[in-house]
Design a protein around this ligand. Structure first.
Ligand code: PLP
Length: 389
């Protein structure tokens, strides 16, 4: 992958825009034509032309080309959120009566889509522990159309062997979708393992600055045209050109940000793992992670996202830890320049036992998103907060 070319040159066409170094922000809802013949020529193929911004827009198109190249995909569609990208991929792939197989603990709104919304339209889902290709294979039925993966998984970062699962699904005509938000396009290429579609929450590493909510879907053009004609155009969950412009700006530093936050996260994870107030750490690039070998084989690098379980009786210990943090902001989301802490305890009643579970996640789990700060500053902050547990 010629990363510098993709990030600095691909799709920019600066000669069309006065040689401007930064890409044009074409904040226009529609595009005008001099003749009926010109209008007719564009109307037939909104996927690749500029007609109306719900379909395509020149600023968004620059982003589409760069994200497609980063994923090694033929094309990309950009959405108004990661949830919209995932929902569009799923909706384009199923009809009433069809069946989906999904990883056990997907992102919460992926679960809502599959467990709550789609059953109203007679689409059912089986959730399986996809660490084992055999249990995925066993869950497939003659009606299964789609396998939904997320590697590493949300909050506890279970991995799936993407090549093995693609090899299970493809011969049976089951389409595969992988949420690649954790790794970013830089650290994992699901399409290269035989996965059909790759989704991102661009809100996270692609944007990287805590200022945009957006999503992306990458894959073969034929599949994306199917998504485009269906949910993309009909549901209209598109990004604004301004959001696309901010994402292009965020992309310029993606390699630097990923390298920095992964290196710091590994230091933080090692510090936490050795701390007596920490019961457990989840980070795929720690040698103690049960799927460390798979992480090294399948991913080109780590990310800044890890979780720890606080050693305490009930969630008041988690509260004392989180309330004492001075450098980490307490917030949802992740993948930005700023370090964040997200305690599961915030979604549970005060006093819940540390041994309880929220869904399948321990009540004493805190997810950390490591940003671009100095590692020593973050570790010192965690150390003083752990003293309060
Ligand atoms: C945040 C997130 C999403 C949803 O993305 P939005 O941009 O918030 O809609 C999907 N998958 C994962 C793994 C996420 O963390």
């Amino acid at each position: 992958m010629d990363l510098d070319w993709i990030l600095n040159h691909l799709g920019e066409e600066r000669e069309r825009y006065f040689g401007a170094v930064a890409p044009p922000l074409l904040q226009s809802s529609n595009f005008a034509f001099p003749t009926v013949a010109d209008m007719r020529a564009q109307a037939g193929d909104e996927f690749g032309h500029h007609f109306y911004t719900r379909g395509n827009n020149p600023t968004v198109e620059i982003l589409r080309r760069k994200l497609a190249a980063l994923e090694g995909a033929e094309d990309c569609l950009v959405f108004g959120s990661g949830a919209a990208a995932i929902a569009a991929a799923v909706i384009a792939s199923v009809s009433a009566g069809d069946h989906v197989v999904c990883v056990q603990k997907p992102y919460s709104w992926t679960r809502r889509l599959l467990a709550d919304l789609l059953p109203r339209f007679a689409v059912t889902t089986t959730f399986v522990d996809a660490a084992d290709a055999g249990s995925v294979e066993a869950a497939l039925t003659p009606g299964t159309r789609l396998l939904v993966l997320e590697s590493p998984n949300t909050l506890t970062f279970e991995l799936q062997d993407l090549a093995a699962l693609a090899a299970v699904a493809r011969p049976r005509g089951v389409r595969t979708l992988c949420d690649n938000s954790y790794a970013s396009p830089l650290n994992q290429s699901p399409l290269a393992f035989g996965i059909d579609l790759v989704a991102h929450s661009a809100t996270k590493y692609i944007g990287g600055h805590g200022d945009v909510v957006a999503g992306a879907l990458c894959g073969p053009q034929a599949l994306l045209r199917e998504v485009f004609r269906g949910p993309y155009m009909t549901l209209g969950a598109i990004p604004s050109p301004h959001d696309a412009w901010l994402l292009l700006r965020g992309l310029r530093t993606l390699p630097l940000r990923m390298r920095r936050c992964a290196a710091t996260a590994l230091q933080v994870a090692a510090f936490l793992e050795a701390h007596p107030k920490v019961e457990r750490v989840w980070y795929p690039h720690l040698p103690s992670h049960p799927q460390h070998a798979l992480a090294l084989r399948q991913m080109r690098g780590g990310s800044g996202l890890l979780s720890l379980a606080i050693r305490c009786e009930d969630v008041s210990g988690v509260e004392r830890f989180c309330d004492a943090l001075r450098r980490f902001l307490m917030s949802v989301s992740w993948g930005g320049y700023e370090s964040l802490a997200c305690p599961i305890a915030a979604f549970l009643p005060a006093g819940t036992s540390a041994a309880a579970k929220a869904g399948q996640v321990p009540a004493n789990l805190v997810r950390l998103s490591i940003g671009l700060e100095e590692p020593d500053v973050l570790i010192a902050d965690l150390a003083q907060a752990l003293d309060r547990v």
